[in-house]
Write a protein that binds this ligand. Structure first.
Ligand SMILES: C[S@@+](CC[C@H](N)C(=O)[O-])C[C@H]1O[C@@H](n2cnc3c(N)ncnc32)[C@H](O)[C@@H]1O
Length: 313
């Protein structure tokens, strides 16, 4: 990659900017953390931008393996590596997915950005998840994460809500083993795992009205196969469902980056037609949508962290 221009414009993500982009207030505690994190980045020079647009285009033309039911083994392997790290290191640092920061360049505010703060991609997603949890799930009797992987968002939920029961759902056994190991080691309490496949929702799951659910980049993995899961949630009637997922319909396809994000999503068979389905169900009086908006964050290839919040009626 070409050397940055020495006059490169360094920008800092401020609390006011996050509140404007996410259309909601951050708690004083989260706002203080954002100031402390000092999330800095710079815009790309034109040669850098071209180079990265080309990388995106090439990954659309030659995409990695698409999401779907055939990928269970790959997720087992990935979370198995985190489990091994946890068994060796014995601390919670071991449960952060190893895929963060792989491409260095991220999406922020509708453009590509070159992070200056280390772990920018992971940190801004952490702030987003925390904001979503404190905004939408504070009143839930218990909180379920769908597709929790190694459970690092649940650790954040535990800090926000020390007394709420937490449940981590994932189709991999490695994920369940990580959650069990964290509880056994006393790293987290009042947390349990449950094996759960989005394609075949388990009716035995004890999810009750008054409880809340969320997902982060997890429904992303099921393409257009979300109807059974939505039917399941409508039967179980949690008080609120919060999703941070790629939502094509919220991006602006008249922009190059919006168009590329959606093209990449289609090639990877990421979540599709999810928001239109909910909107159709809302017209039929089955659900209420509380929010559907861009959050302007994502990785090099996709702006994959849009917010959808809804409840079964
Ligand atoms: C990209 S990871 C996201 C993990 C975590 N939520 C995060 O934010 O880092 C996708 C997760 O969805 C899980 N997953 C994929 N397909 C699934 C399915 N059919 N049923 C349940 N979980 C699934 C994977 O095992 C993995 O944990």
């Amino acid at each position: 990659m070409s050397a940055p221009d020495s006059s490169a414009d360094v920008r800092t993500v401020t609390v006011a900017e996050l509140e404007a982009r996410w259309q909601g207030r951050l708690s004083p505690c989260l706002a203080a953390r954002v100031r402390e994190l000092n999330l800095q980045y710079r815009l790309l020079t034109q040669p850098e931008r071209d180079e990265n647009l080309l990388r995106i285009l090439n990954s659309i033309l030659h995409p990695p393996v698409a999401a779907g039911a055939h990928r269970l083994d790959q997720w087992e392997k990935g979370w198995g590596e985190n489990l091994e790290l946890l068994l060796r290191a014995g601390n919670v640092d071991a449960v952060t997915p190893l895929y963060f920061g792989k491409h260095h360049i991220v999406r922020w505010a509708g453009d590509l950005a070159h992070p200056i703060t280390p772990n920018f991609e992971y940190l801004i997603l952490s702030v987003l998840v925390e904001w979503a949890l404190e905004t939408w799930l504070a009143d839930a009797d218990a909180i379920y994460e769908f597709g929790c992987g190694p459970g690092y968002h649940l650790l954040r939920a535990r800090k926000l809500f020390p007394d709420k029961p937490l449940v981590g759902l994932d189709w991999t056994t490695a994920s369940q083993n990580i959650l069990r190991e964290m509880v056994t080691r006393g790293l987290v309490s009042n947390l349990r795992g449950h094996r759960f496949n989005f394609f075949e929702p388990d009716e035995a799951l004890d999810l009750k009205p008054g409880e809340g659910i969320y997902s982060v980049a997890a429904l992303e993995q099921i393409g257009d196969q979300h109807e059974r899961l939505l039917e399941f949630l409508c039967r179980k009637r949690p008080s609120v469902c919060v999703h941070i997922e790629p939502i094509d319909e919220l991006l602006d396809e008249t922009t190059l980056l919006g168009r590329l994000s959606n093209a990449y999503s289609r090639k990877r068979n990421y979540l599709q037609n999810f928001l239109p389905t909910l909107q159709e169900w809302e017209r039929r009086g089955r659900v209420r949508i509380h929010a559907a908006r861009r959050t302007w964050t994502g990785s090099l290839f996709i702006e994959g962290h849009s917010l959808v919040v809804w409840s079964p009626v």
